[in-house]
Write a protein that binds this ligand. Structure first.
Ligand SMILES: C[S@@+](CC[C@H](N)C(=O)[O-])C[C@H]1O[C@@H](n2cnc3c(N)ncnc32)[C@H](O)[C@@H]1O
Length: 235
């Protein structure tokens, strides 16, 4: 299977209407954990057993992984768990906007694809509009967890979250990186990283009371930080 797909290719730009919680889970009004880029979904499979009073949704752009993960879920009859195929940057925002207040309680983005090259930065999953859609759906104190083994990947994510002003880190967490994974279950990539003795850079954020910035304003400040060469002089 291909390691990376290009989320900007035409096929992945087609918006999909994602089913709401009442079509995904047997009890729709439980708290939801959303894992973006869940791959084969082993982390959520385990978490859904550990936390049966939560609903768990994994979204993933590689359809064969989603089909395999859904098969596991069906065999185990795990009705608080679902996996959906989609491009998170295209189809997730509308789904998030439809949630009832305080339904979404945790979002994780774990070891996202490392698009290093400057010209590939638009392929990264953490973009201003997705971040604002997540922030809009999370009530104060609800959590966003990020981790990666690649500093060049996690640092821009952290910079964007901090620029938004919508999230704070728990006072007790070590800086610059949290030492452990608050989810307690490692992902596929995390297991590999641990086996290889590689570092994992982790940050837990909590939604604060600040209102969302305007998307355009966030994009402008974000461009100044992430890609200063492309910012027009009058901005
Ligand atoms: C490096 S893998 C990590 C998978 C898993 N989170 C882990 O830690 O093992 C990143 C995953 O994100 C998925 N992905 C990348 N861009 C995406 C997007 N725009 N929407 C949904 N999934 C995406 C990739 O297909 C891949 O499975």
């Amino acid at each position: 299977m291909r390691q990376h797909v290009n989320p900007l290719s035409r096929f992945f730009q087609l918006p999909l209407e994602l089913p709401g919680p009442d079509q995904l889970f047997d009890t729709a009004n439980r708290p939801i954990h959303l894992d973006i880029g869940c791959a084969r979904g082993v982390c959520l499979l385990e978490l859904s057993a550990m936390k049966p009073d939560w609903n768990h949704l994994g979204v993933e752009i590689r359809r064969p992984l989603v089909l395999a993960a859904q098969r596991d879920r069906d065999e185990l009859e795990r009705h608080n768990l679902h996996y959906l195929f989609c491009n998170a940057n295209i189809s997730l925002e509308a789904w998030l906007a439809e949630l009832t207040e305080d339904q979404l309680q945790l979002v994780s983005i774990q070891f996202p694809d490392p698009w290093f090259k400057r010209r590939h930065r638009k392929r990264r999953v953490m973009q201003p509009s997705l971040l604002l859609a997540i922030a809009a759906a999370l009530s104060p104190s609800r959590e966003l967890f990020l981790q990666s083994d690649v500093l060049e990947v996690v640092e821009p994510m952290v910079a964007l979250v901090e620029l938004s002003g919508c999230f704070d880190r728990p006072d007790e967490d070590t800086r610059p990186w949290r030492t452990n994974n608050p989810l307690q279950v490692p992902t596929e990539r995390e297991r590999y990283v641990q086996e290889q003795g590689l570092p994992a850079y982790r940050v837990l954020y909590r939604r604060n009371e600040q209102p969302l910035p305007e998307l355009e304003a966030l994009e402008i400040v974000w461009q100044r930080v992430d890609n200063p060469a492309d910012v027009p002089l009058n901005h």
